[in-house]
Design a protein around this ligand. Structure first.
Ligand code: ZN
Length: 134
């Protein structure tokens, strides 16, 4: 992966804690203070109960592959093909799309246990990716 050429996420006041946690190799998600539903991507209001109150919860970074796709065509600069993108079921419940790295693409399976990795790509951003859990 040519991380230097990748388009990077835009950091704003709402998602900044997520990216700051990733810089410290921690996975953190916004969680509703009223009903405890996770909000991802970050949002100003809970989709479940309508509350504007939230906290940031640290997650384990562990999960399993719910689904995945292997891209064989580069749609954006900075993505060297082939590469895998997985929908990960996190242990705490929420789902997260991310690159699946350091695993032979033909060995990825549904249900495969994975753990988060944090890959610095700029001064402000470490991307959250997943690798097979040992
Ligand atoms: Zn809520």
């Amino acid at each position: 992966m040519n991380d230097a050429a990748r388009p990077l996420p835009l950091i704003d006041d709402l998602n900044r804690p997520y990216w700051e946690a990733a810089q410290h190799a921690e996975l953190s998600m916004q969680r509703c203070s009223q009903c405890a539903a996770f909000r991802y991507p970050p949002a100003p209001v809970c989709a479940h109960c309508g509350s504007a109150d939230y906290e940031w919860a640290r997650l384990s970074g562990r999960g399993s592959v719910n689904s995945f796709v292997v891209f064989h065509r580069a749609y954006l600069a900075g993505f060297d093909v082939p590469y895998a993108v997985a929908l990960v079921d996190l242990e705490e419940g929420p789902k997260l799309y991310a690159n699946l790295v350091d695993v032979p693409l033909d060995s990825i399976t549904i249900g495969m246990p994975v753990e988060a990795r944090f890959v610095p790509v700029s001064q402000d951003i470490s991307l959250v990716q997943f690798a097979r859990r040992r």
